[in-house]
Design a protein around this ligand. Sequence first.
Ligand code: SF4
Ligand code: SF4
Length: 291
Amino acid sequence: MRLLWLSALACNGNAHSLLNYPGFQEWQEDFHWLYHPLLPSRYTFPEIEKGIEGVEVLIVDGTLEEGLIKNRLPYRELLLRYGDQAERIVTVGTCATFGGIFAQGGGGRSGLHFEGDEHLKGYERFWEKTVSLPGCPVQPEVLAGTLSIIRRRDPLPLDTLHRPKYFYAYTIHDGCTRNEYFEYKIDEHHFGTLEGCMFYDHGCQGTFTHGSCNKILWNGVNSKTRAGTPCLGCTEPDFPREGLWRTPKHMGIPARMPLGVPRRAYLGLAGIAKAFRIERFTRPLMEDEGG
Ligand code: SF4
Ligand code: SF4
């Protein structure tokens, strides 16, 4: 399958992330790069500007900006030309999907179809063929896996933001090793340690962030929350928020509830959970019990 990768305002994090896909060499045998900013490609960028044929999937990376010139041509012109040609468009990373970090402060910057959670109409004719793969950066398995599904022309169910449900139907909370601490409302007070849930004080957004980070571990090894750092919500339209390492609260209760949990139900459950004091959750797991 023939792929064209077009970067707008990007840090190349998504392009690098793909290189970390464990089965990368084998995976690449099914794909042909017409252009990629880091990988050997069939065409140079000036040739892409002149015009090529045969693009099957257009991969859009980075934040879009009004009037952006890419080398010699307006980026919009390239997007329209190759977006029309491609069967599918994939927005890779949060910047290309929702605007992300480079869109902070406005200035006519956005994702392809969204500015945060606002649905824009500038590229509406591409909406039906677009797949959104947010993440800062995207997980390599999510990008490689989605492109393989597209290549096989298998069904690819999407959510309302056009994220593939295979990877984004879950929350980061799903699979986190700290779930027991969440249940009993015990927060983590020292970043990087094994104990505690970071929802209550330390800003973890895992309970309302869609993604597979605790099901498909980064580098096959770990995730933020497993390592002891809160999930920063990087796959969501409102990333990045302010005050990422603390939990906003109203009257001592986290302002934002876990996905789908009514506040009243949460308060009832929290009251019961707090009534327990379970010793094994209150001391470091590696502490010498004999000491
Ligand atoms: S640290 Fe975050 S992801 Fe893990 S259990 Fe707590 S809220 Fe869920
Ligand atoms: S744990 Fe959260 S912030 Fe970290 S990569 Fe996954 S979704 Fe993004």
